[in-house]
Design a protein around this ligand. Structure first.
Ligand SMILES: [Zn+2]
Length: 75
């Protein structure tokens, strides 16, 4: 059985097509700098003043439908 990548390589070679190759390997510093934003953050939680359930700040409460003392959603 012929490997698909080997087949592709010979096919590209036949038509003089070069595949993209990285110029140099990515340094540890560059890799670390890129990944410095990858850490997961704990979402901010506040409590609804109407019902006291935990909600995201500046969002309508999904339990009682209130926002800023007004009823927004009919739940
Ligand atoms: Zn609520």
């Amino acid at each position: 059985m012929i490997n698909t990548y080997i087949l592709l390589y010979f096919l590209l070679k036949q038509y003089n097509i070069d595949m993209a190759v990285a110029q140099r390997r990515t340094s540890k510093t560059k890799k670390g700098k890129r990944r410095s934003h990858h850490a997961l953050k704990i979402p901010t939680i506040t409590f609804c003043p109407k019902c006291g359930k935990p909600i995201r700040p500046h969002c309508v409460c999904s339990y009682c439908g209130y926002y800023n003392g007004k009823k927004i959603l009919n739940i």
